[in-house]
Design a protein around this ligand. Structure first.
Ligand code: GLY
Length: 592
């Protein structure tokens, strides 16, 4: 993605398509020896592109909700850095996008400090309470009970967001803004209320049944007759405004100790959970070293365990680097087949090895090594889909969609933040801690209740991700950055549960291998295969011929509605290009 790579392509699309088509047919007919080749030079803005990124020259925020994007940009305009803007945006999303933006959840922030050319990760993943036995989600007979981790207080992890944002500001903020100043726009929005947008109006009814279980939630999100607030109604979150104000005034201790902590604990315990005030008091966000990999000359940075995101993006890219994807073509059956085969291998490793690095030993270095990828790649046949060994029928959760949210920020000095955070399900457990306005997560469903028992995303795991005291459940969140010759070029990430890993990987492939501009990469049809269920999921829009070719290779192709909501920024020669995913309604790339 260096400057010269972004010049207009010297060849025309028809030639590329012809080349890809011929190779596709050849490679589908025989397991031909596929040779790696250098990537195509991706254009900044391809002439005749169907979709284009938003441009800016100073700073940019791309988030899933537009008011929050604008709040972040305003902080940048006033001289704040990317980290200041991230704190303001993150707090605002807790008000404007309550199904995923949060104070009561957790996540991962990847920070780039331009002056030091340094990346750091802030892990603010939720932690299990100290009183979390390994069999917490099992019956006496040893059966996993999904309702315990998804619909009761037992599923609530100790929230990490307030600690994570505070740590980011303390260590990496510009020093020009206090937490109170950065929280102020969120306080105002929560107290004055906001008009229910199309996006809110779409999402609230889906959580209505859960809100009805808790009067503290129903009072905020439902009408007195039990129906969800609808388009044009006002969503007022007075208690949340007071908590945000207290955090601004007194710092994170206003959340983790005292009346707010006591109220959170009371609500969790009333819902059947075991959290204590000591769990909240002892919670800490952790700074971790990012994972680094490389792909066709680009450097990749992402987050380490307890997210699986970084490990498997790098593992996937390492495997795919050995195949000539550019020649095979975007969306060709040959490319999608290779992606699917590599994805299954990566997700099998995820189930086996990944967990909380503070409690289990994870062979990260091996998993992200080129040598290991080479061994995995040797198992991939170009002629046939491999069945995933341990297939179990799934029980996909009804709210399986885009509950998490991501935002990307780049400031005038080239500092950047890639942040993904979540309540797990849409609106988390659906439980607002009484008197706080804080929606609580049900993140502990991301543990493997027992070996082979799938979580809401169909992901399985073993001992490495078993529940345990103060343990952090394994995540798929994958805020990522891509560098070229040491210069930051791409900031990206997405919600999408188990699909986050493949969404982020495909955005990188679309830019590096297929020469798409950022908006095209964001809008491109997504594919996903996590082995369990043994099916290749494709978004609506993949053409029928390609689907037939994939079926002929042995893939069970299942066409789904859209997934994910990638929010990304590409930076080339100081020009910022933002793309907000149009799969969700209120997304916005805003810059100046
Ligand atoms: N709760 C989704 C994830 O962390 O991957």
């Amino acid at each position: 993605m260096s400057a010269q790579l972004f010049q207009a392509k010297p060849w025309g699309a028809p030639r590329k398509a012809l080349r890809a088509g011929v190779l596709t047919l050849l490679c589908l007919a025989t397991p031909c020896g596929l040779q790696a080749e250098p990537p195509l030079p991706p254009p900044i803005i391809s002439q005749g592109a169907r979709v284009l990124p938003v441009l800016a020259s100073h700073g940019m925020v791309v988030a899933q909700e537009g008011t929050a994007s604008k709040i972040g940009v305003e902080i940048l305009r006033r001289g704040g850095n990317a980290i200041d803007a991230a704190v303001a945006t993150g707090l605002a999303l807790a008000v404007t996008l309550p199904r995923a933006g949060n104070l009561g959840g957790g996540g991962f922030m990847l920070v780039y400090i331009a002056k030091e050319k340094k990346t750091v990760v802030i892990d603010y993943r939720e932690a299990a309470p100290a009183d979390t036995p390994r069999d917490v989600f099992l019956t006496e007979a040893g059966d996993a009970v999904a309702a315990r981790s998804r619909d009761s207080g037992l599923g609530v992890g100790v929230p990490g967001t307030v600690a994570g944002l505070s740590l980011a500001l303390r260590k990496y903020g510009s020093g020009k803004f206090s937490l109170a100043e950065l929280a102020a726009p969120a306080v105002t929005l929560a107290r004055a209320g906001l008009e229910v947008s199309d996006d809110l109006a779409d999402s609230l009814p889906l959580a209505q049944t859960r809100f009805k279980r808790w009067p503290s939630s129903a009072r905020i999100f439902l009408h007195p007759d039990g129906t969800a607030l609808s388009r044009g109604d006002r969503l007022v979150q007075t208690d949340l405004a007071s908590v945000l104000e207290a955090i601004g005034r007194d710092g994170e201790r206003a959340f983790y100790e005292g009346p707010v902590a006591e109220k959170i604990v009371a609500s969790v315990r009333a819902a059947g959970g075991r959290m204590t005030v000591e769990d909240l008091k002892s919670y800490r966000a952790v700074e971790r070293a990012p994972l680094h990999g490389s792909y066709r000359g680009y450097e990749i940075a992402s987050v380490p365990p307890p997210s699986s995101g970084g490990v498997h993006i790098i593992e996937l890219l390492n495997m795919l680097e050995g195949f000539p994807l550019a020649s095979l073509g975007a969306d060709s059956a040959a490319t999608i087949h290779l992606l699917a085969e590599a994805m299954k291998l990566a997700y099998a490793d995820r189930a086996e090895y990944l967990g909380d690095p503070d409690q289990v030993k994870i062979p990260v270095a091996g998993l992200i090594s080129k040598a290991y990828a080479e061994r995995l790649r040797a198992q991939i046949s170009t002629a046939r889909a491999r069945p995933y060994a341990e297939i179990k029928p799934l029980d996909p959760a009804p709210y399986e969609s885009d509950q998490t949210t991501h935002f990307s920020i780049v400031d005038h000095d080239g500092n950047a933040v890639s942040n993904t955070y979540t309540l797990n399900f849409s609106y988390g457990l659906g439980l607002v801690a009484e008197g706080t306005g804080i929606l609580l997560n049900n993140e502990l469903d991301d543990f493997a209740a027992k070996p082979g028992a799938p979580n809401a995303y169909g992901l399985t795991g073993g001992a490495a991700n078993a529940p345990g005291p103060r343990k952090r459940p394994l995540s798929s969140m994958a805020p990522a950055m891509v560098f070229r010759d040491g210069e930051l070029e791409l900031v990206t990430g997405s919600p999408g549960g188990s699909r986050i890993i493949t969404i982020v990987t495909e955005i990188i492939l679309d830019i590096v291998d297929f020469g798409m501009n950022l908006a095209e990469a964001t809008e491109a049809v997504r594919v996903h295969d996590q082995g369990l269920p043994d099916e290749l999921q494709v978004e609506r829009g993949l053409n029928a011929d390609t689907i037939r070719l994939l079926q002929a290779l042995g893939h069970k192709v299942v066409v789904h509605g859209a997934w994910g909501s990638a929010q990304s920024i590409l930076r080339v020669n100081g020009v910022l290009m933002g793309a907000a995913d149009t799969r969700q309604r209120e997304t916005l790339a805003a810059g100046y």
